[in-house]
Design a protein around this ligand. Structure first.
Ligand SMILES: [Cu+2]
Length: 164
């Protein structure tokens, strides 16, 4: 009986893992046309419910691509935010509903600028883990981004303690 249960569990787990990219027809799988280079997720303190993701989004095609959404099985919601600075020195985050990545260009997500805002973490993440995200563009093409969890306290020169 125990064996039977674990078999069911395994089937459920593996079908979940599979369904992450399923439902996407092959012609809607953008493959390496849009990639995230040096993708990282900052492992936040246990008390915080939000954290950030950075990296360099690279468009490997001759066409402009417009990102319209990002999701990950690890987070309830992933938003693209930009920063707006006022003359008085305050910073405000703006939710970007779309993000243009021009043909053959790179757009950096970095501390103090554009970033992925990761909200509603569904499970514990550990430093070194690889977290996948599915990015959708205006043509409903999907791309897979890979991000590695890092401990931002070991990257003190990244100056982001005042941002998040
Ligand atoms: Cu943000």
């Amino acid at each position: 009986m125990k064996k039977f249960l674990s078999l069911i569990l395994f089937t459920i787990l593996s079908s979940n893992a599979y369904s992450f990219m399923s439902g996407v027809s092959p012609e809607k799988d953008g493959g390496p046309k849009l990639v995230l280079l040096k993708g990282v997720i900052h492992k936040g303190p246990p008390s915080s419910s939000v954290t950030v993701g950075y990296g360099i989004i690279k468009n490997n095609t001759d066409n402009d691509l417009v990102i319209t959404g990002v999701r990950s099985p690890v987070y309830d919601e992933v938003q693209i935010h930009s920063m707006k600075y006022s003359n008085s020195g305050t910073a405000k985050m703006i939710h970007q509903k779309t993000l243009l990545i021009p043909a053959r260009q790179e757009v950096a997500l970095e501390s103090g600028g554009l970033h992925l805002m990761l909200m509603g973490q569904r499970r514990e993440i550990e430093v070194g883990q690889n977290i996948k995200m599915i990015v959708r563009d205006k043509q409903e093409t999907r791309y897979m981004f890979n991000l590695t969890v890092i401990d931002p306290r070991h990257n003190r020169d990244s100056h982001d303690h005042h941002m998040h």
